[in-house]
Every structure is written in C-alpha cells, then in structure tokens.
Design a protein around this ligand. Structure first.
Ligand code: KG4
Ligand code: ZN
Length: 343
C-alpha cells in the first residue's frame, strides 16, 4: 500500500511516499528556515505564501524520486492539526484536490501523531512492543504519552509553560544565536564544557510534568551578570545540559512509575545528539528498549505523516473530504468524524 504524505504545518513544505508503513520511497523536505532567520522566528504569512509556491514542485519531486504517479497512491495522508492555520490550509487544500481528482481516500493526521509514527519507520517491529512510553519534544509541545495501541494515547505529563524546543529557541535568542535556535545551540554546545555553568533543573516532585520558564529567566540573569566573561560554548553546553537532563530524568521516572519497558522519542528536539546520548545511557542502566528516529525523521517531514496514515488505513477508515483544519488540538481527541470516503 502506497501512501502519499503531505506536511505543511509550520515552515517545512514536505511530501513523501511510504510503502506499507515502513519503506520510504521519497521524503522531500523544502525548509524555509533561511527565509525566517532574518525575522528571528517563523512569520506565519510568509510561511503560507512559501508553501503555496513550493507545494506542487515538492509533490512532483517526491513522485519523480519514487518513480510513481498519483495513480499509484492508495491513500493520501495530510497534517490537518495543530499548526499555523494558513500553512496547514495549503497542504490540506492540495490533498483534498488530489483526493477528489484522482479518487484517492484521504486521511487528516494530527501532527504529533505523525511525530510518534516516525518511530514506527525507525523500528518496524514496534507494534509488537505496546504499551510504549513516548517523549514528545517539538517546538510547541513537550509531553510524555502512554500509547497502548494505534490511536490509543494517554497523556501522563506535559509542560506547564514553555516546550523544550521553545526553551532551546528562546535561550538561543538570548545568547544571540540565529534561528532555528535548537540546532544552533547544539552546534555551539558541542565545543563547550557543560560543567562550567550550572543552570537550574526543575523536576516538580513526583509529577511527570515539565517547566522550562525558570531556565529562560535564569540564562537571562546569567548573561546580564556575566557580561561575556564565560565562553559562549560553555554557556550553550550548560544550558543544553539542563534541558536534556530533565527530559531524560522524567522518562526514567515515567518508566519506573508505569513499568513500561519500551521508550520512543518524537519531535524536533529528538534530533539533539546530547539528548540521544543521555537517553541511551539511561535506557541501558534501566534495561529498557529505546527507539530514536534518525534526525531527518525527528524534525518536520511528510514520511512520518504517511506512516501514521498507513496505520490509520489498517485500523480505521479514511475521512470525508470536508474535514476541517485546526490551529490547536490535543492529541487523541478525534475531530473529524470517521466515515467511509465520499469520493
Ligand atoms: O518537530 P519540529 O521540527 O517542529 C514542530 O513541530 O515544532 O521541532 C522544532 C523544534 C525547534 O524548537 C527546534 O529548535 C528544535 O525542534 N530542534 C532542536 C534540534 N533540532 C531541532 N533542538 C535541539 N537540538 C537539535 N539538534
Ligand atoms: Zn513538528
């Protein structure tokens, strides 16, 4: 079964073709990061316009790479929530037009569910390991989710203020690093000594919730007082360490509290090498199975959306063509009524 995935929720225009939920035939990602860098963050209107320009060429490149046509597609999966509304609408309108014109079943996918399914691309036997404990760490979300089966999510913990990616991005801005903040902090931190500056770790007792806003205040105060005396690489390393240590410690506690033995990581921050190292050490000490997708599957891409679409086609049915697009929505909360296709 060939699924065409489409992702336009933020500043990446992406189209992918995935066969049987595991074989990536094409995964084309056109990033707008350079364009938004001069504004220090994503400008929604600029993002929408760029998606309009790039959507069809990116789709064509995906088909060419896979050596396929739209007629070879068994379903189209598109991100319809949550994200920048104008950006999401470009992908959703394109997907609906293609589904209608070529009479292909269409599925609306929750963006975070897409991130989760990048783990199923990374480990094709993951279905045999339910329940899974998933750390979702993207630009807008930080959550620990228990997954008991396809589409079965229970929220165990979430951030009470900033997301982990947001902490990276806001810290980067305070350090004077360009957008996108996370990868730039990571790059600088790789040359630094994390033990030189001790930033606070907010663990919130036994709760599996997170809080990163204190860390942001702490780096602001530190930078003002330090007046540039500490090497920027050491500041970046100390700051990164504070974020990834908390994420790792919470996953250890979540595994102990629930007894779940299989861990997954999803979202852009999962591309962070130091986080990967700490999680691997923790999983080895605790005797847990850990899946971390390759960096290109951690940040926004359409292959993960196609993979989520494949499992929806196996366990549910496609959506009707009139489903909506949502700027915000919690994971696991169905919006579009599940009905048989009207095409
Ligand atoms: O999942 P994603 O690509 O987009 C959203 O759905 O938000 O995540 C983007 C976030 C940004 O905050 C970015 O700074 C962060 O992921 N990120 C990283 C790294 N690569 C991306 N953070 C730390 N280290 C990285 N290597
Ligand atoms: Zn994302």
């Amino acid at each position: 079964m060939n699924i065409l995935g489409i992702e336009t929720s933020c500043d990446e225009t992406s189209a992918a073709i995935v066969t049987d939920g595991r074989e990536i035939r094409a995964n084309i990602i056109a990033s707008q990061a350079d364009l938004h860098a001069r504004y220090g963050g994503v400008v929604p209107e600029v993002a929408s316009r760029k998606h309009v320009e790039r959507m069809l060429p990116v789709l064509q490149e995906a088909l060419d790479t896979a050596g396929m046509t739209y007629r070879d597609m068994d379903a189209i999966a598109v991100t319809n929530r949550p994200g920048l509304l104008g950006a999401l609408l470009v992908g959703v309108s394109t997907a609906k037009a293609l589904a209608y014109a070529f009479k292909i079943p269409l599925i609306g996918i929750h963006h975070l569910e897409g991130h989760i399914y990048s783990n199923f691309l990374a480990a094709s036997d993951l279905e045999e390991h339910f329940p899974l404990l998933i750390l979702i760490v993207s630009g807008g979300h930080t959550q620990i989710v228990r997954m008991d089966g396809h589409s079965q999510y229970t929220l165990l913990g979430r951030t009470r203020d900033d997301a982990a990616g947001e902490a990276f991005d806001k810290g980067a801005r305070l350090m004077g690093l360009p957008y996108p903040g996370g990868p730039n902090v990571a790059k600088l931190a790789a040359q630094g000594d994390a033990s030189r500056v001790a930033f606070p770790r907010s663990l919130l007792g036994d709760s599996l919730d997170f809080s990163f806003s204190g860390l942001k205040t702490s780096i602001r105060t530190f930078l003002t007082k330090d007046e540039g005396k500490t090497a920027p690489a050491d500041v970046a390393a100390g700051y990164q360490e504070a974020i990834v240590e908390v994420l790792t410690e919470k996953m250890r506690r979540a595994a102990r509290q629930t007894g779940i033995r299989a861990l997954c990581v999803a979202g852009g921050v999962a591309a962070n090498r130091r986080l990967t190292e700490l999680l691997q050490q923790m999983a080895a000490t605790e005797g847990l199975r850990l899946v971390i997708p390759a960096p290109v599957l951690c940040t926004d891409n359409a292959a993960m959306i196609a993979a989520a679409g494949f499992y929806r086609m196996q366990t549910g049915s496609p959506d009707s063509l009139d489903f909506d697009t949502y700027a915000t929505e919690a994971l696991g909360q169905p919006t579009a009524p599940v009905v048989t296709p009207t095409v």
